[in-house]
Design a protein around this ligand. Structure first.
Ligand code: FRU
Length: 491
């Protein structure tokens, strides 16, 4: 791939060329290599002709593009979204001679039907053989039945899958990945939108980020069910909602009736958890405009979100919520551009070339009194142009304890649904604000990922200057700012 385009993210994954959407089949092999597959049209820069593209990484930031993993059997079919599992105990019977077996479970889309198929791999997921003698393994006679995500529960496999146009997530069980039995449904929960897609059921740690280093097959945890909606998201197009809850092997019970969104922006969709790891990646785009974004001029469309470590936290009156922490960035922290431990009510600036990361820590005095308007803002601009991207955290003002992104002062893209202002709110003041600006993608993470905003952004020339300014904070407030250039992982 040619990664030199001005809009190409340097630290986020994007495909070598062509069109990408959902992450698929993510797992970690026995050598510790992370595998990312993705919905891929290798022959055009709009969605269609769906394949599974493939890339591998030692650290979730340095990616190596691999040959396409799954291709459709004919020109009217598509290999749609799905998942992958490790089968060390050979429950499937595909792997009599190895404990490294990998099975992909995906939707084959044809004009008549959406059916679920298997493909197996003897080489850690680099090449797959379709299970032609047994496919499809699940066919309910529907053309709106897709996106199987499979996990292991104690002594059997569990699949969650969308009856897309019925607002229903089906839960199926199997001893061998081949015979599936319907166990229960979760239907009409939270927001409906127009369709349910790409469900995930995952066990994630409860508590703090330290506990999310563990894999999820043992130890205490909470289940989380995610359901992606498209179209019909509250902000338009696509978004993902989630439900913390419990799972007994056949039935999922949400803790409460609240619909919680995983992102306050509109560019984080169809996220998937790695098999047996509480680590996730989402597709950083929105079906409303993804087929028209200007990266098409560079021969590619869509990037993934940053990788995230997930856990569930009791947030008091707001209930249990998913915290999505930026996965360990240290492999790509390149140069520290600024460090300012005395940044309250002042400005800290840096110039950068590729992608930039900032980390702001705030300590407030007890019972702080803010000025009428108080906050910390992050402005990305370029010398010699009047374009800018602005984001801020407000401690006081019209919406206290909120974070916002405004992409409306950039000139690179116009589209009726490319709305420009996004707001995420909290019930108490933030202690930490992190952000990554990466050419055509901006992500902000408040309090270690308790609130996350992801926005694609399209400047007409590269933004290379960051100003972080704070004002209106009370005497005694301490603000420290660190700014890092991130490595250009595609150079
Ligand atoms: C979600 C989705 C899935 C489907 C895939 C097709 O973005 O519509 O439901 O499997 O994309 O590419």
């Amino acid at each position: 791939g040619d990664y030199t385009g001005a809009l190409r993210p340097r630290a986020h994954f994007s495909p070598p060329k062509g069109f990408m959407n959902d992450p698929n089949g993510m797992f970690v092999d026995n050598n510790g290599t992370w595998h990312l597959y993705y919905q891929y049209n290798p022959t055009d820069i709009v969605a269609g002709n769906q394949h599974w593209g493939h890339a591998t990484s030692p650290d979730l930031y340095h990616w190596t593009n691999q040959p396409i993993a799954l291709a459709p059997p004919n020109s009217t079919a598509g290999v749609f979204s799905g998942s992958a599992v490790l089968d060390p105990n050979n429950t499937s019977g595909f792997f009599p001679n190895t404990t490294d077996g990998v099975v992909a479970i995906y939707t084959l889309n044809t004009p008549e039907r959406q059916v679920q198929e298997l493909a197996y791999s003897y080489d850690n997921g680099y090449t797959f053989t379709t299970y032609d003698e047994g496919n499809p393994v699940l066919d309910v006679g529907s053309n709106q039945f897709r996106d199987p995500k499979v996990i292991w529960y104690e002594d059997h496999w569990v699949m969650v899958i969308a009856y897309a146009s019925e607002y229903t997530i089906g839960i199926f069980t199997s001893p061998d990945l081949k015979d599936w039995t319907h166990a229960s449904n979760v239907s009409h929960v939270g927001l409906l939108g127009i369709q349910y897609e790409c469900p995930n059921l995952a066990k994630v740690p409860i508590g703090n980020s330290d506990s999310s280093n563990v894999t999820t097959s043992d130890g205490e945890g909470e289940y989380v069910l995610t359901i992606s909606l498209n179209p019909g998201a509250p902000l338009g197009g696509s978004i993902t909602q989630y439900f913390p809850g419990s799972f007994n092997g056949t039935h999922f019970t949400p803790r409460d009736n609240a619909a919680r969104l995983s992102n306050f922006g509109k560019d984080d969709y169809a996220g998937q958890f790695f098999y047996d790891h509480p680590v996730s990646i989402g597709w950083a785009s929105n079906w409303q405009y993804t087929n028209s974004v200007p990266t098409g001029n560079e021969g590619w469309r869509s990037a993934m979100t940053l990788p995230r470590k997930n856990y569930i936290q009791d947030n008091g009156i707001a209930g249990y919520q998913l915290v999505q922490e930026i996965y360990d960035l240290s492999p790509i922290l390149k140069n520290r551009l600024q460090i300012n431990d005395d940044a309250a009510n002042g400005t800290t600036s840096a110039h950068f070339t590729n992608a930039v990361y900032f980390d702001i820590n705030v300590t407030l005095p007890d019972s702080p009194t803010f000025e009428t308007v108080a906050g910390i803002n992050f402005t990305f601009a370029a010398d010699g142009t009047d374009e800018y991207l602005k984001s801020a955290y407000a401690f006081a003002g019209s919406v206290p304890y909120s974070v916002w992104i405004d992409r409306g002062h950039l000139d690179g893209f116009e589209h009726p649904y490319f709305t420009d202002k996004f707001l995420g709110s909290q019930v108490r003041a933030a202690k930490r604000i992190q952000g990554v600006f990466d050419r055509s993608l901006f992500e902000v993470y408040v309090d270690g990922g308790a609130v996350v905003g992801t926005s694609v952004v399209f400047p007409s020339t590269p933004l290379t200057k960051l100003d972080i300014g704070s004002s209106g904070l009370p005497e005694g407030a301490q603000v420290s700012v660190a700014i890092w250039e991130l490595e250009d992982t595609w150079a």
